[in-house]
Design a protein around this ligand. Structure first.
Ligand code: SLL
Length: 222
């Protein structure tokens, strides 16, 4: 066994990520001449680390988004961040987001690939939720990529800048309870608070960004 394929026993490293979609109703202003008549929405599906300054290119060769077969070339490949696809359409469907790691990178000994099934949302789905103006929908989910017993190489990539994550240790390989290598748990809780704040900020930021782009577009067409 070479040094690069040796695995670090009982150690896991978790990478908080966000994925999902934003959707906006098309208006006469935002509709392009080439937009098919029956398309009612513009949407963007994306995958990204919660912390915006983390660059995943050392881990990811590419991310593919598998759209409904009503789309031309339904498998869309994105090789650099931002990992996202923007389209217009009329219907909701399931999008398969697949992470393709570089050779030698995986989530664990029997976990070579990672797929996320995201239900594209165009319509506000919870009648209890207040409706947003313009019928915007933001369906954003939180998850964690857990790298189990990483190889030395993966450990290096994950714990050094720009990724810079903190590893944790399992008390035994079959136990789910986890002992943090860092003795201070409050440290970890503080990190979670940071992540939650970031999630909120990011959702607000994306909504703002879209609004100003939309205004620019309207200004240009006048
Ligand atoms: C539905 N099962 O019936 C889903 C299918 C398909 C969505 C939705 C546009 C494709 C195109 C599009 O929105 N497809 O014409 O480019 O709701």
């Amino acid at each position: 066994m070479s040094a690069s394929s040796r695995r670090i026993k009982f150690v896991s490293i978790s990478l908080p990520v966000l994925y999902g979609n934003h959707a906006y109703k098309l208006t006469p202003e935002t509709r392009k001449a080439t937009t098919p008549q029956d398309h009612t929405h513009e949407w963007t599906v994306f995958f990204k680390p919660v912390l915006g300054d983390i660059d995943l290119t050392p881990l990811l060769k590419k991310v593919t988004f598998k759209l409904h077969e009503t789309y031309e070339n339904p498998i869309r490949t994105v090789e650099r961040p931002p990992y996202q696809v923007t389209e217009t359409g009329w219907g909701e469907f399931e999008i398969i987001i697949k992470l393709h790691f570089h050779p030698g990178v995986d989530l664990g000994i029997n976990e070579k690939n990672f797929q996320i099934f995201h239900a594209l949302k165009l319509h506000p789905y919870n009648p209890q939720h207040p409706k947003r103006e313009n019928g915007e929908v933001h369906s954003v989910l939180y998850d964690e990529l857990v790298f189990n017993e990483p190889t030395d190489k993966v450990f290096e990539i994950l714990t050094k800048k720009p990724i810079n994550l903190i590893p944790y240790k399992l008390s035994s390989p079959d136990k789910r309870d986890q002992e943090y290598i860092r003795p201070d748990e409050t440290d970890e809780l503080n990190r979670l608070d940071v992540y939650i704040e970031k999630v909120k900020d990011e959702i607000a930021h994306q909504a703002e960004l879209y609004k100003s782009l939309e205004q620019e577009k309207i200004a240009l067409t006048q």
